[in-house]
Ligand binder design. Structure first.
Ligand SMILES: [Zn+2]
Length: 74
């Protein structure tokens, strides 16, 4: 029980920390396209010289918007 519980805790903590690596999302205001920062690679988006993802529809640089993880709007 003790060992199994420890492994379960470790696995749970692992997946939770993976979720927390998302700091926000990239937007294209013209196309209304939204891609989470952690999904840029899996979506196959190109990046410009500054590393900013480019909109898959129109090809312009996307705007980064931070997630309000702590619920504070200020
Ligand atoms: Zn666009």
């Amino acid at each position: 029980m003790g060992i199994v519980g420890t492994i379960h805790d470790a696995l749970t903590r692992e997946s939770a920390s993976t979720e927390a690596t998302s700091n926000g999302a990239y937007w294209c205001d013209d196309c209304d396209v939204r891609v989470r920062d952690v999904a840029v690679e899996s979506e196959g988006l190109d990046r410009d010289d500054d590393g900013t993802p480019q909109c898959p529809d129109c090809g312009s640089a996307m705007r980064f918007e931070r997630a309000h993880a702590d619920g504070c709007a200020c």
